[in-house]
Structures are given as structure tokens and as C-alpha cells.
Ligand binder design. Sequence first.
Ligand SMILES: O=C(O)CCC(=O)C(=O)O
Length: 246
Amino acid sequence: MTNELLSSYKNNGFLILRKVFTKKEMNSVIDEVNNIFKIRMEKLKINFTLDNERNISFHSLRLFFESNPEAYIGCMIQAQNLFSVWSFATDTRLKNLLYSLEMKNPVLGIKPILMMMNKKTSTAERYWKSPPHQDWRDVQGSLNSNTIWISIGKTDADVGPIEVVPGSHKFGLKETIADDWFRHIPFDGEFKESDFISVPLNQGDLVIFSNFLIHRSGHNDSERHRMSLQYRYNDMSDHMYCSHCA
Ligand SMILES: O=C(O)CCC(=O)C(=O)O
């Protein structure tokens, strides 16, 4: 990690790193997810077909969701338990990244998450689109806690990349309003709609951001799912966190 990248992370509250994971690694996650769906869909006699990029075809998934939303959601729950999803959480590349961003004793903040989001396979907006928020409000970890968001497939404008407000981690913890999702941060004069920037990523790229950074989901009602791996970390060396959590 160069000093330039470190100071960019400190100033902007996020850092984009390209090609951290290989296509092969990301495709193996896709294959594992496919397998979960395939097993369940075949039992339910729902046609399982792949598109030309190895994903389950959107048509197949939508048919599954519409005919049996409980089973679809069950598959998504099982996808959280995939070996690959958990193995990347402790990957040396991520550990080194955390150390180079000056985390001294990183620990996982919550369980690993795999998201596969699309408006057309969700029962409510809260399942595919998060409003402006800071992860710290929910996770309440160390002051230097962060989130690593890895793009499993291509996260381009069609699928609504994550959107961030550069520098907003310096605002501290913002007031929030309860909503259907959890709690959102209203526009309050300190930041506005046009401050959001979109973070498109290619397969295997990642964005790491401070858990105080204001961010939200982009819009995806395309015919593709937006797939990401998300890991949140705390630092046991943070005095405040250490004295509250252990
Ligand atoms: O992947 C996304 O769109 C954002 C998810 C998110 O912000 C969160 O879960 O905190």
C-alpha cells in the first residue's frame, strides 16, 4: 500500500482496488450459488437454465421467485453459508489490506454476507436497495471499522453500483430516521443528492470503506442480478471497542 493510497482512504473514506480476486475465484462463487438453486429448483421441477455468462438465467430465477418465493429466499439464506463466502473473509489479501490501512488486530464484525440483488426478485424495496446510511449505526464496532465490498460479477451502471459520499466519514455518526429498511440519513444540509458518486466495479474488484462513510445502493431493475460479497471488520486495538465488546 502506497502512502498515496493510504491518504486517499483517510481523506475520502473509501478505496477502490482492482483485480484483487481472479475471475476463476469469483466464478467459483457463482458456481456454488448456482448449485444451491439448481438442487432446489430441480426438486420443485422448475426449469434451471444458465445464461451465456454462467449465471442462472434471469428468466429461470424470476420464474422460481414468482412461483415459490419462500424457497427462493431459502436458497439465498443457504448461499450465506457457502464455504467460498466464508473462506474469502480470512483471505490473506484482505488481511494484508486491513493491516495496511492501519488496523492492528482485525476481527470480523458480523457474519460474511453474499448479496444477489434485483428489484424483480424481491418482495420489498428494502431487500434490494438500501437508503443513505452509515454501517456503524447498525454494527457499532471499532471507530476504524470498515466494510469490504467485493464484486462477484460485473457491477456496472445497469445493475446499480454502490454509491458513496466521498469524505462523509468525517461527519461522525449522523442522525437517522427509522424506516422500512432500518434507518436512513436524511439530507440535512451537510450532504446532498449530487454528492453521491457511483462505484462501478469489474469482476474481482473491491471497494473498502469506513463504516462512517455515507453510502446507499444504486438502482437495479435490469435483467441481471448484482452479486457482491461483503465483510465487515473491527479492530480489537481500538480502546473504545475493546472495552465494550470483551
Ligand atoms: O450492496 C449494497 O447495495 C449496499 C448494501 C449496504 O449498504 C449494506 O448492507 O450496508
